[in-house]
Design a protein around this ligand. Structure first.
Ligand SMILES: [Zn+2]
Length: 366
């Protein structure tokens, strides 16, 4: 196969432990992919990101097309070289950000016309242009361009949006240039309607992608609904291809989704929380701004292998956070990404050992 390889190494119930093969290395799944939105995982060096165990990060079509520009990055050798990240990159299509950030959006069959949130300049993002930008960036995994359906929305609106996304998925697939170690994923939409999800999954499978993403969830519908939509969607997707739940999530969401057959995740939570003094630990979520840490000489999480936990006390991290020091963001981001990397490593081990059913995310009730 010319695209992205995917080998399933172990199964436990609906869950799988697998291995993705790309032109920039292999990735063990289930995997959490840190966000490198603007060509950087915020507050982290590439070496620091790799030290957490991550071997794939996300890049963002919308942000990078506006600044510094996809053609400029291509002329400078592509995104891997530009950001000095030798491992794999997945780029999102820009569909979500154009709806959440851009001004004066107009959606038509052709695509989305909008004004940049940076300088007001006019742009048109189409399925073909989105795929071209992702090619210019050099993404190992390109995402099909889709419409982010608002939530809540009337069923008719969700259905029309899903159908538009399916037509755009077909155009995205046709625009994609096949090359070894690079692939394109389609995205299932359909809001919180199981029958629409099912229809979208059947349609997207027919188009035939290297992997299948589930989009438009974890945007306020609640965990029980997210899981119900996964149960309606995942069985309709090809068993031998990777599945990616976009924008999810909290540790307990990831565990529940893995149990329902999802292999890949991304979320702003560990990186954003790291910049606001929040830490995920095996003993629960901590707010480092809290005065109770001011005199605490113990590490954030005694079982954690990250630089924040092996070198510093809670008292020092509290001081950095309270003082607004850049090092607070750096250390807490490194810690949170290590927590997420270790969570997925523990999930892989539980699947291999056939003990996933009783697995609970460390430090959470679920
Ligand atoms: Zn740590």
């Amino acid at each position: 196969m010319t695209g992205i390889g995917f080998e399933i190494l172990a199964r436990d119930g609906a869950a799988r432990a697998g291995r993705l093969s790309t032109a920039h290395g292999t990735i063990e799944t289930p995997v959490f992919m840190p966000l490198g939105t603007a060509g950087t995982v915020k507050a982290m060096t590439p070496e620091g990101v790799a030290a957490t165990g991550a071997r794939i990060v996300l890049g963002n079509t919308y942000h990078l097309m506006l600044r510094p520009g996809a053609e400029r990055i291509a002329a400078l050798g592509g995104l891997h070289r530009f950001m000095n990240w030798p491992h794999a990159i997945l780029t999102d299509s820009g569909g979500f950000q154009v709806m959440s950030l851009a001004a004066l959006r107009t959606i038509s069959e052709a695509g989305v016309a909008f004004r940049s949130h940076l300088d007001g300049s006019r742009h048109l993002l189409t399925p073909e242009r989105s795929v071209e930008i992702q090619h210019l960036l050099g993404a190992n995994i390109t995402m099909a361009f889709d419409e982010c359906t608002p939530f809540p929305a009337e069923r008719d609106q969700v259905e029309a949006s899903m159908e538009l996304s399916m037509r755009w998925a077909e155009r995205s697939r046709a625009a994609f240039t096949e090359r070894p170690g690079h692939g394109i994923f389609g995205i299932v939409q359909g809001g919180v309607h199981a029958d629409l999800r099912h229809r979208s999954a059947a349609r997207i499978t027919e188009i035939c992608f290297d992997g299948y993403a589930i989009g438009g969830l974890a945007i306020g519908e609640g965990q029980a609904t997210t899981f119900a939509m996964l149960e309606a969607t995942v069985p309709a997707l090809p068993a031998d291809r990777p599945r990616y739940l976009m924008g999810v999530g909290k540790p307990a969401d990831i565990v529940g989704a893995v149990k329902r057959g999802v292999d890949m995740f991304d979320c702003v939570l560990p990186t954003r929380s790291g910049r606001t003094g929040q830490a995920f630990t095996r003993a629960g979520t901590l707010n480092l701004r809290n005065a109770r840490h001011a005199d605490d000489p113990t590490p954030l999480d005694p079982e954690c292998r990250c630089p924040a936990c092996t070198g510093f006390s809670r008292a020092y991290l509290h001081h950095l956070t309270k003082s607004g020091e850049i090092l607070a963001s750096m250390l807490l981001t490194a810690h949170n990404l290590t927590y997420y990397a270790d969570l997925t490593a523990e999930l892989r081990a539980a699947i291999r050992d056939g003990r996933l059913a009783e697995f609970v995310a460390p430090g959470t009730a679920g």
